[in-house]
Design a binder for this molecule. Structure first.
Ligand SMILES: [Zn+2]
Ligand SMILES: [Zn+2]
Length: 281
């Protein structure tokens, strides 16, 4: 499995000189699995550049798009994803039960609400909602994908990918807290992440910032490293960087996380997600 980050930022895109290293686009990941199949996670602003790459490559006209939740920063790039205008593409969507509604809402609708010059119904690609993954694992070309509910306002889903022996967990927009809703305590996420090769987790805040941002649905770096250590994951990737965070500040958080991990579980590799970075699993 290959993983490429096309958007790593939380909440709102932040282009500019302060975000060139870790990136300014919002959530979008490209997974390349068995048989060179493509799975895209989220349609944040990073999906635009990914779509341009895919559009040049005629091999991929059947795409899977998994959407974690409805918030703007995870859907806003969809109208700028070139394959949706090409009739040769089929886009199979799954994830949050209302995610197709979320994607449609980024376009104009039949009533002419004026959000975008194109109507969703006029798109040329075939776009279908599978609606499976919340209820049972989804099998895409022998890659099995499980889901778990997120602790986040309006809800959301995290995903675990199994490809042979290899395992990847993606949990963004997730607040690790002991007084969580049923089924969403840190203990439950620990079980979900147990022994995985890579955990990509929301790490928007510092522990100090969290004091005034409780309930916003994001985690502080200390809780995230503690989860990764308890779950004995091999590699932790810090994700959904706060929009106000400059490159050197993301780097500082990464260094602090490495320090915490060295005390708790010396073998754990920790790094902050970088836009355009590619990982082979
Ligand atoms: Zn978000
Ligand atoms: Zn969110």
């Amino acid at each position: 499995m290959k993983i490429k980050f096309w958007g790593t930022r939380g909440s709102i895109p932040v282009p500019g000189k302060d975000t060139t290293e870790y990136g300014g686009n919002t959530t979008c990941l490209e997974l390349t699995i068995h048989g060179n199949k493509k799975i895209i996670i989220d349609a944040g602003t990073g999906i635009r550049a990914l779509g341009e790459k895919i559009a040049q490559d005629m091999e991929h006209n059947r795409l899977y798009l998994l959407i974690t939740h409805l918030h703007w920063d995870h859907n806003l790039g969809f109208p700028f994803f070139p394959p949706i205008y090409d009739p040769s593409y089929t886009i199979l969507v799954d994830g949050h039960p209302l995610c197709l509604k979320g994607l449609k809402n980024t376009f104009d609708n039949r009533m002419g609400d004026g959000y975008f010059p194109v109507k969703f119904d006029d798109l040329n690609a075939k776009i279908e909602f599978l609606g499976k993954i919340k209820e049972s694992p989804l099998d895409i070309n022998d890659t099995l994908i499980e889901s778990i509910e997120l602790q986040h306002p309006q809800g959301g889903l995290g995903f675990k990918f199994h490809e042979g022996e290899k395992k990847l967990v993606f949990l963004t927009d997730n607040e690790l807290r002991e007084d969580a809703w049923i089924g969403r305590t840190p203990r439950e996420y620990e079980k979900f992440c147990q022994g995985v090769d890579i955990l990509i987790h929301d790490c928007q805040y510092t522990p100090e910032e969290l004091d005034i941002r409780r309930g916003w649905g994001h985690s502080d770096y200390r809780s995230v490293v503690e989860l990764a250590c308890r779950a004995e994951v091999k590699k932790l990737i810090l994700f959904h960087h706060d929009p106000s965070r400059k490159d050197h500040q993301v780097k500082e958080i990464e260094e602090r996380c490495i320090e915490i991990a060295q005390n708790l579980q010396p073998g754990l590799i920790v790094e902050a997600a970088k836009e355009q970075a590619e990982i082979e699993l």
